[in-house]
Ligand binder design. Structure first.
Ligand SMILES: [Zn+2]
Length: 136
């Protein structure tokens, strides 16, 4: 990916995400904010209730927990040992709902970016991705 960040944006991205108590949602918000974008938090009823809505860019960002949303091939995803049938059904419903939300958003003319919980730690890379998405 071409590096289209300004010097200032890059240095802002370099500054590490604070505190390990920071939730993935807050970490992503910090990055979007540092990049200079203004956004709203769930201001309107959109399919899947995206975590961040950039109305002017007609773009939304989801921050998904790997376990609940079943990130493929992710080390954070495991299957509970008991009540397997129950969990399988529940997880299938989650991923089905996620897919449906993305399709509906696309139909309504919104672009969507999905960021997984496990991708939060590499803030520079995440910054680039978010920047690329919002410019795209
Ligand atoms: Zn993951």
């Amino acid at each position: 990916m071409t590096d289209t960040m300004t010097k200032e944006q890059r240095s802002r991205c370099m500054s590490r995400i604070k505190s390990r108590n920071t939730t993935p949602e807050i970490a992503v918000r910090q990055i979007v904010h540092r990049l200079g974008y203004r956004f709203r938090l769930k201001p309107q009823k959109l399919p899947g209730s995206p975590d961040i809505v950039l109305t002017r860019h007609r773009a939304v960002v989801f921050v998904h927990g790997c376990f609940w949303h079943r990130h493929r091939n992710c080390r954070l995803v495991s299957m509970p040992k008991s009540r397997k049938a129950f969990w399988r059904k529940k997880f299938a419903a989650n991923t089905e709902r996620d897919g449906r939300a993305l399709r509906q958003l696309r139909k309504l003319g919104w672009r969507a970016l999905v960021i997984w919980e496990c991708q939060i730690t590499d803030s520079v890379r995440l910054c680039r991705r978010i920047q690329g998405f919002l410019q795209g």
